[in-house]
Design a binder for this molecule. Structure first.
Ligand SMILES: Nc1ncnc2c1ncn2[C@@H]1O[C@H](COP(=O)(O)OP(=O)(O)OP(=O)(O)O)[C@@H](O)[C@H]1O
Length: 451
């Protein structure tokens, strides 16, 4: 059984990784500091070392100099430290892996590191110049490090963000509530040449109609009742940077024309002032309603819609990026542990099954909340089903057969529940109910449901 030494000061992360690797058949020990690591390396013969880069007493890189050519070393690193990870490779580390990582990714890298250990116990690292140098990865656009997200929907999103971010195009971000529209807008800003200038987010749904122009363009003291001080509007505040208009569909019709004018003229005037101010602002917007429908119904100006929608990005619902679930769950567990000062190690198999079969109508936000709540309710060890809210445990189910009379009311209720949870999206509801779309349609017509 290969012996692995993990050197990591984040105890809960180290324990989680240890547990996982033990399950996968490795013999794993943990050291929390470089000193402890060195001691363990003196006492025991390890086949592989997985070390964090920054440890409380020294840099993990120091160990490489001690043990290179004896044991392969894999560096675990945060994104900001990729540069240091590359120097660690030059010093002889076998490879590096960016945190947070998927379980698959860590198993793969461990497998290839162990396969380089020859029968004499020497690693392939003597010829370090031939080790392929990793490409410096771009700063992750989405908090948790989208290069680690594995679903094809996330990969496509990542690709589009990478393409549109460096341009000055207006981007309309659409998606259900909680999918990460604001996070995406921020990622676009962070990857643009405006990244060192302000990113100002405005919730258009929260601005009263009468105050919208003052909010966007600012005002001078005394220019209207209630204007007790001069106010800088969001356009001026975001000058040189990015203005993110959330829930743009809620912007009152009268204010839409003012917004369009400011965008076309690239110039604004504070209310009560005659001075025109040039503004250079990139506009990103988000909505969870279909703006094309709003345009058709006359609630949203078509000219503004086209001005805002030079490029559109559709953020997938969580149910359509199931492949990312593990990495998102692990990410939120780590964050919640830190925030609540806990050391929860993971989730029982039953909890994983529930996570995988639930529909997540509130998307990533709901997942984050469920995990945070569960971490709070759990003393230590693994999170069990009891720490989950009841609505996520009671996953609706539908019979594939014709059902019988006694079951029908229950089944009808479950179908309605699933449709509500998925915002009446039949494909998602069918997935949630674990039946085909055809079966769902049959059941809907069988029960004569008006959906
Ligand atoms: N890729 C991601 N990685 C980590 N956290 C994420 C990610 N996407 C979303 N979140 C988290 O989920 C929550 C919701 O994200 P965000 O506010 O961006 O969603 P939204 O689509 O704008 O929601 P709403 O439409 O309700 O405003 C936030 O707490 C955010 O940190």
């Amino acid at each position: 059984m290969p012996k692995i030494l993990i050197i990591e000061d984040d105890t809960s992360f180290a324990q989680m990784l240890q547990k996982f690797l033990i399950k996968k058949g490795y013999d794993v020990e943990i050291g929390f500091t470089v000193k402890e690591g060195r001691q363990k390396l003196k006492q025991t013969r390890f086949d592989l070392v997985l070390t964090d880069l920054r440890l409380p007493d020294a840099e993990g890189i120091e160990l490489i100099t001690d043990i290179r050519n004896k044991v392969p070393v894999i560096i675990m690193t945060g994104y900001a430290e990729v540069g240091s990870a590359v120097s660690a490779m030059k010093k002889g580390a076998f490879d590096y892996i960016s945190k947070p990582f998927t379980t698959d990714a860590v198993l793969k890298i461990i497998g290839s590191a162990l396969s380089t250990v020859d029968k004499t116990g020497q690693t392939g690292n003597e010829f370090i110049d031939t080790v392929k140098k990793p490409e410096i990865q771009p700063k992750p656009s989405i908090i948790i490090g989208s290069p680690n997200l594995v679903s094809s929907a996330s990969k496509k999103l990542e690709e589009y963000i990478g393409l549109v971010a460096p341009t000055d195009m207006s981007v309309l971000v659409t998606g259900e509530s909680g999918t990460g529209k604001e996070v995406t807008a921020k990622a676009i800003h962070d990857r643009s040449k405006r990244r060192d200038r302000p990113f100002i987010a405005v919730d258009c749904g929260a601005i009263p109609k009468e105050l919208a122009s003052s909010e966007f363009f600012g005002h001078l003291k005394g220019s209207f009742t209630g204007a007790i001080n001069d106010k800088v509007g969001t356009f001026e505040a975001a000058n040189g940077g990015t203005l993110f208009l959330d829930e743009v569909g809620n912007l009152p019709y009268d204010n839409q024309i003012q917004l369009l004018r400011a965008l076309q003229e690239r110039r604004i005037r504070r209310i009560g002032s005659t001075k025109e101010i040039d503004v250079d602002v990139r506009i990103l917007t988000a909505t969870n309603e279909d703006l094309k429908v709003a345009v058709k119904e006359g609630r949203f100006r078509e000219d503004l819609y086209h001005r805002l929608n030079e490029f559109s990005l559709q953020i997938p619902s969580l149910i359509d990026r199931q492949g990312d679930l593990i990495i998102l769950v692990e990410h939120f567990l780590e964050i919640s542990n830190k925030r609540l000062n806990k050391r929860i190690t993971g989730f029982t198999k039953e909890v994983w099954n529930i996570f995988e079969s639930y529909g997540w109508p509130g998307n990533i936000r709901e997942l984050q909340n469920v995990i945070q709540r569960a971490v709070l309710l759990t003393g230590d060890g693994e999170i069990t089903k009891e720490a989950l809210p009841t609505e996520i445990i009671e996953t609706p189910t539908v019979n594939n057969d014709n059902g019988n009379i006694s079951k029908s009311e229950f089944e009808k209720e479950q179908i309605i529940k699933a449709l509500k949870r998925t915002n009446y999206n039949k494909s998602k509801a069918a997935k949630l109910l674990q039946v085909t779309r055809k079966t769902l349609y049959n059941r809907i017509s069988h029960y004569d449901l008006d959906v």
